[in-house]
Design a protein around this ligand. Sequence first.
Ligand code: ADP
Ligand code: MG
Length: 478
Amino acid sequence: MPRTEGGDIVDATNITEQWARIIDRLHTEVGDVEYRTWLRQMTLVGAEGDEVTVHLPTRFLRDWVSARYGARITALWQAEEAAIRRCELRVGGPVAQVVNGVASHIAGPDIAEPESLPATIAAPEDRSEPKFELTAALDARFTFDGFVVGKPNEFAYACAERVAQQPSAHGFNPLFLYGGVGLGKTHLMHAIAWELTKRNETPGQAPIAFTYMSAEKFMYRFIAAIRSHSTMEFKEQLRNVDVLMIDDLQFLIGKDNTQEEFFHTFNYLVEAGKQIVVSSDKSPSDLTLEDRLKTRLGCGMVADLHTTTYELRLSILETKAARAGGVVPVKVLEYLAHKITSNVRELEGALNRLLAHANLFGRAITLESTHEVLHDLLKAHDRRVSIDEIQKKVAEYYGIRVSDMSSARRARQVARPRQVAMYLAKQLTSRSLPEIGKKFGNRDHTTVMHAVSRVKELMERDGTFAEDVDLLRRLLES
Ligand code: ADP
Ligand code: MG
């Protein structure tokens, strides 16, 4: 039985069984194709202290699995065994090292030779494809019309529209859409594609060839091309497009030849005056890509999709409820806009669940039914940020004492941060104005109300201030 550093004993049989359950779970979550392509080759090697080690046969696979599934695997481990804090993914053979007596074959025996990158990856559909299907299916709902514009996304929206109207417009190439999960990056890219499709169908217009695909798909296709000895065709095809859109560039990882290939294609297209649009949840400089690629990516237009404001969330909900033809009381929409602050995808999910539920049971949507139907979701959001955390972060940010959040001091250098904290408390928690006032040295709810509108007003007028508040919100929400 393996001993852990902390003195705890990790049971080898137990850990093997837990791993089997995790694998099962992952398999279900990601589906058969993804599982077989990426995850099947994982081998549990052992556990030590609060860490589990898992092997993958190549660096490429390791990087890929780590980027895409690392967090999920760790979370699943933690759910199985609270003592486990980390799951190390390493490059190694199936049973090469036996740590603490644990080695398992659960992952299956079909392991290819280490570091032989592309050949180890099964690409089920691609075996005999002569031509490359380069554009992913477009979501019919993701149009410019279907995109609700507000302060946090108006710039990105305008840039995307501009590119759709006039690809390769000076200053907009490459267009880099940058923003957190579920804020509309994919939506805007599809919208560009739809717009181009529409244009191409208009008689008398010179057709504009475009390609939209995720960075993963790009890698996948490229690897398939290598395997079928058709990289030339692949490159040719890519170089023939007028607009190349690559979604979720953060998944283009590792210093292998796909990155190299992307770089060359990218350069070629930019130099040929073609339009590139990419999206990522990281800024160009934060991407783990080669410097020269980062530099090129950042030298066009970088358009942020900021976290949503209450106003934007409400207007998205109103629009979507109206489109779905459902009757949702304003109170419910306001409540959701207050509560679900993370991203638009979740907001949409919540609304859809409410509508489906109402439809199924033929009952009107009320605040009560909302609580009932969205119980689990809302609970998760309640835990998100506390007023204490907000006060602490804001005080830290502005370099004042946390105690000043509730002190009577009215000097501007403490009063303004205090107002910001009140504003964030209103935006990020479900607390009422009186409750918030109480947390800030027993202030009256009208003081909180005043703070909220003052901060809003300042954000409109002062871009730097707005950025500060935005940054704080991101910090608190992350
Ligand atoms: P991302 O690619 O940034 O993770 P998506 O573009 O997939 O996010 O958006 C997630 C969901 O939220 C999609 O269903 C999308 O239509 C919707 N969505 C995001 N922003 C907006 C918006 N401003 N208006 C309408 N729908 C939006
Ligand atoms: Mg996306």
